[in-house]
Design a protein around this ligand. Structure first.
Ligand code: 5GP
Length: 198
């Protein structure tokens, strides 16, 4: 039972890293967010996101279904509570790909069992290059994502670890180390129980 929160600019390689560790581990639950943005080419409902309308999103906020939600790049993104609670009860490591606002909220609630990691590219030029190569967004959207990335970078200090994705294989190796460390994080009550029993 542990949480690993990943943040970082779109296009820095978070999804590819997560996909690699998911292949090797069946005791990890990746939190699939709900969003009001349109699916990109190749994205699948229920795998990358749950895609809903702004009205439906608003309704789910009012019904208290989200653990956290935020407006990012003009769209809404949120994490539903239910699947997270189930995965934690099953003793899984839950990985989130959420922005800095979501990280702040999750940290308040789960500090004692949470590890956080900020992932980014070596510089903004490489990020722009990757977003252009990915060819899933128009240039205005890419520019907007770069501006957003700069403001997210201002909050790196709030994270436990920083990973600069300059080489995928080496970065994956480091990412796997953070995943292992995240699993070892123990809540205070558990430490107390262990100490008493010991
Ligand atoms: P993208 O549109 O590139 O998939 O995601 C844009 C940004 O939204 C990324 O920084 C991503 O981490 C963030 N994001 C995705 N899902 C959530 C969520 O459920 N909550 C929050 N707060 N941010 C999210």
């Amino acid at each position: 039972m542990a949480l690993l929160v990943l943040s970082g600019p779109s296009g820095c390689g978070k999804s590819s890293l997560v996909n690699e560790v998911l292949k090797e581990n069946n005791d990890i639950y990746f939190s699939i967010s709900t969003t009001t943005r349109n699916p990109r080419e190749g994205e699948k409902e229920g795998k990358d996101y749950f895609y809903i309308s702004k009205e439906q999103f608003q309704k789910e906020i009012e019904e208290g279904l989200f653990l956290e939600w935020a407006e990012v790049h003009g769209n809404y993104y949120g994490t539903s509570i239910k699947p997270i609670e189930i995965a934690l009860k099953e003793g899984k490591l839950v990985i989130f790909d959420i922005d800095v606002q979501g990280h702040e909220i999750i940290k308040k609630r789960y500090a004692s069992i949470m590890t956080s990691l900020f992932i980014t590219t070596p510089n903004k030029e490489i990020l722009k290059e990757r977003l252009i190569k990915r060819a899933t967004d128009k240039i205005e959207i890419i520019e907007n994502r770069i501006v957003n990335a700069k403001s997210e970078m201002a909050r790196i200090e709030e994270y436990d670890y920083l990973l600069v994705n300059d080489n995928f294989k080496l970065t994956l190796d480091k990412f796997e180390s953070v995943v292992k460390a995240a699993r070892l994080k123990k809540p205070e009550e558990q430490i107390e129980q262990f100490r008493t029993a010991w």
